[in-house]
Design a protein around this ligand. Sequence first.
Ligand SMILES: C[C@](O)(CO)[C@H](O)COP(=O)(O)OP(=O)(O)OC[C@H]1O[C@@H](n2ccc(N)nc2=O)[C@H](O)[C@@H]1O
Ligand SMILES: Nc1ncnc2c1ncn2[C@@H]1O[C@H](COP(=O)(O)OP(=O)(O)OP(=O)(O)O)[C@@H](O)[C@H]1O
Length: 275
Amino acid sequence: MITFPNAKINLGLNIIEKRPDGYHNLETIFYPINLQDALEVTRRENNDNEYTLHLSGSPLEGEPEDNLVVKAYKLLKKDYPGLLPVDIHMYKHIPAGAGLGGGSSDAACMIKLLNDKFSLGLSTGQMEEYAAKLGADCAFFIQNKPVFATGIGNLFEPVELSLKGYHIILIKPDIFVSTRDAFAEIKPVRPAVSLKEIVKQPIETWKDSMKNDFEDSVFKKFPEIAAIKDKLYDLGAVYAAMSGSGSSVYGIFKAPIENVEDKFCGCFCRQRALE
Ligand SMILES: C[C@](O)(CO)[C@H](O)COP(=O)(O)OP(=O)(O)OC[C@H]1O[C@@H](n2ccc(N)nc2=O)[C@H](O)[C@@H]1O
Ligand SMILES: Nc1ncnc2c1ncn2[C@@H]1O[C@H](COP(=O)(O)OP(=O)(O)OP(=O)(O)O)[C@@H](O)[C@H]1O
């Protein structure tokens, strides 16, 4: 069984308050984009190991046990001992440490895949609960539809929003921003106007009203990332922003841009039609 975990972008991100558990309540719009990894699970021929992880594509640091797909397998195995040994084949395309939720998406897709393959009978809500144990924004990828998210990024309300017809350019410089460190730099504040209202306004207005709270501190530390956002506006983006805690930056355009890779040499650079 094979599946293609996709990335997300954050349209705006307000960090509202620090919680007693150290996490932060926030509000954001999660929007899925068609930049994908590939994830396949097959039944292991012999039962020597519970699982083996075969990784290809862009290299990932860490041991197999650190990988969120393995964590997802182990999490379900605790409650469903009937899960059989598996070979996990993963091709990484979504850059890690990018604010694109690549690892979170892999984990959520693993839960959905194991649920289907082994007929576990989990409901959408149950899969979201398992996913939320693996990462704050993991649960979003279970339904994978544009949502207004609150809490720590795990409570969702549907939003009426379609960016179909627009094109996105995604740039990821060779800079790793730790999500934990990025949160530590923030002074949380409740926004005067909620993103839920701002996103209903025409996209042309977002430039002046929709903000990612991580940008100030991350741009200060890494001016190269701020320069990418400026360049996307120079190229004609209707809206440009950093996604999540960085380091990726995206621009939304009315029409595709030619030879875009040449304009961002040295960076991961992809252009896609939005759906
Ligand atoms: C910043 C976002 O990319 C926005 O979409 C996500 O909220 C990050 O979600 P994630 O990568 O799944 O985050 P996790 O792996 O759960 O958390 C990494 C670290 O970020 C901090 N963290 C994360 C989410 C949150 N709402 N508040 C936090 O303070 C915590 O210190 C945590 O230890
Ligand atoms: N399957 C995986 N794919 C990518 N990273 C993984 C995976 N499993 C574990 N990780 C670890 O998770 C960390 C962050 O990965 P991920 O790509 O999800 O973060 P991100 O791009 O910052 O996304 P976000 O913060 O928006 O969830 C990396 O340090 C990486 O080593």
